[in-house]
Design a protein around this ligand. Structure first.
Ligand code: ASP
Ligand code: MG
Length: 444
């Protein structure tokens, strides 16, 4: 079985849904995973925000607006009256469910019910569309098999067992459609895999059925070697290893949800990034294959805080780092980069929710300095020890930019550099010129 996940823009209009249909193979077993139509989840977030502020009237206005948009979609998507009728029935149920939420006391659980409606809409409308075209398909309810634990982690055993149970009900079918993003939590309430989580859904489902391939269809032609918003002449990377792709996704390549690599990697299922607007383009294939190609790509992640702890107690001591890390563990804050000297340690975080508490706790160990508005520039490739020069090339290309931290050797795939965010653009452009210029020019 193949997984085909289509993002919000790929199903963002009646016309786009038509284009997506063309991409689904006729005979092969396929599980199609859909996001909400573009803009919908943002709109639902706003409804939730109004509700959180007890602004029910405004939440209702926003709900009406969304319903109008969907009426338009139904009018454009279907040709036949009975399909239009079915589409309207879907809208009626979904919007009645949203309005019912608006009249209940606001809670996180209510908000999550509202957020789930985007994927419930897109999948039902798409399935009716298939039916109208004479294509038989089955709509699988993700809420019956996607589950997260009390720690907000996917329950992979549950997902595998229950997705297979669902599929087994339809032995004669080969086209299945389901919702990305949504799931149930350990209390059995409706929940989600966080924003952008449909990719993660697709990967979890792919792992659950041991799919032959997981395809992530978006509106760009694969993962690029640099940020196309900042640098000209970027190009899609044909092949990446799972580790390289995970680093790029985590450090800023917006095309793929960072968590979605691991489930595929665990079962060695290739992930292919493809473009609905340009379906013939090769895109990017992510697999266990190492290409041996030295420097492949660079990505940047903003909003980074650096924390430096300076202490003479660190000198010749052991256990110091453990005490430092325990503070971050206590406040459930992941660390991205770390560098140490004999008397100081610098590390970075991107979630500053508990920064005041963390700072206070760290002050027990020494002087603490915090810097903000920093960017991690992450260069990814296959840096084998026997191929010297990669780090030099990168650092040399950044000779005009002050570097706050450098991390190399943590893995064979990553060189991370911490710069002030005001220097980010220049850093990306300089790396492009210093490292990718040949390849970039050939793609002009
Ligand atoms: N619809 C959700 C979002 O906009 C999930 C997704 O599209 O991946 O975040
Ligand atoms: Mg996405």
């Amino acid at each position: 079985m193949k997984i085909m996940k289509f993002g919000g823009t790929s199903v963002g209009s009646a016309e786009r849904m038509g284009a997506v249909s063309q991409l689904i193979p006729a005979q092969e077993p396929v599980l199609v995973v859909l996001s909400a139509m573009s803009g919908t989840t943002n709109h639902l977030v706003q409804i939730g925000q109004q509700l959180a502020q007890a602004n029910v009237a405004q939440a209702l206005v926003l709900t009406d607006q969304l319903e109008q948009r969907y009426k338009q979609v139904v009018a454009e998507l279907y040709k036949q009256d009975d399909s239009k009728e079915k589409g309207h029935q879907v809208l009626q149920t979904v919007f009645a469910d949203i309005r019912a939420c608006l009249h209940k006391p606001f809670s996180a659980a209510i908000e999550k019910i509202i957020l789930a409606q985007g994927e419930l809409l897109s999948t039902q409308l798409f399935q009716i569309f298939q039916e109208e075209k004479g294509v038989t398909s089955v709509l699988l309810p993700a809420l019956e098999f996607m589950k997260i634990t009390d720690e907000d982690e996917p329950d992979q055993a549950y997902i595998r067992e229950n997705l297979q149970k669902q599929l087994a009900k339809y032995p004669d079918h080969h086209l299945f459609i389901t919702q990305g993003y949504i799931c149930r939590n350990h209390r059995n309430e409706i929940d989600n895999l966080k924003r952008g989580g449909s990719d993660y859904s697709a990967s979890l489902m792919g792992a659950a059925v041991r799919a032959q391939e997981i395809q992530i269809w978006t509106d760009i032609d694969g993962m690029h070697n640099n940020d196309p918003r900042v640098v000209k002449n970027t190009y899609p990377i044909a092949e990446l290893s799972f580790d390289e792709a995970a680093e790029l996704a985590y450090f800023g390549a917006k095309i793929l949800h960072p968590s979605s690599i691991l489930p595929a990697q665990q079962h060695n299922i290739p992930v292919r990034l493809l473009n609905t607007m340009q379906p013939q383009a090769a895109g990017t294939i992510i697999s266990s294959k190492r290409t041996g190609k030295e420097i492949k790509a660079v990505a940047a992640k903003d909003g980074i805080y650096a924390i430096k702890i300076k202490s003479s107690r660190m000198l010749l001591a052991y256990g110091f780092l453990r005490s430092v890390f325990e503070v971050f563990e206590r406040f459930k804050t992941p660390i991205d980069m770390i560098t140490t000297s004999e008397v100081a340690v610098s590390l970075t975080i991107d979630n500053a929710t508990y920064l005041p508490e963390i700072t206070e706790a760290l002050q027990r160990f020494g002087t603490v300095e915090i810097d903000s508005e920093l960017t991690i520039v992450c260069v990814v490739g296959d840096f084998m020890e026997d191929k010297p020069g990669a780090a030099l090339k990168v650092v040399q290309s950044l000779s005009q930019i002050p570097l706050r931290m450098i991390s190399y050797g943590g893995s064979k795939n990553n060189i991370s550099l911490l710069v002030n965010t005001i220097h980010k653009e220049k850093a990306l452009i300089s790396i492009n010129e210093g490292v990718f210029s040949e390849r970039g020019k050939s793609h002009e």
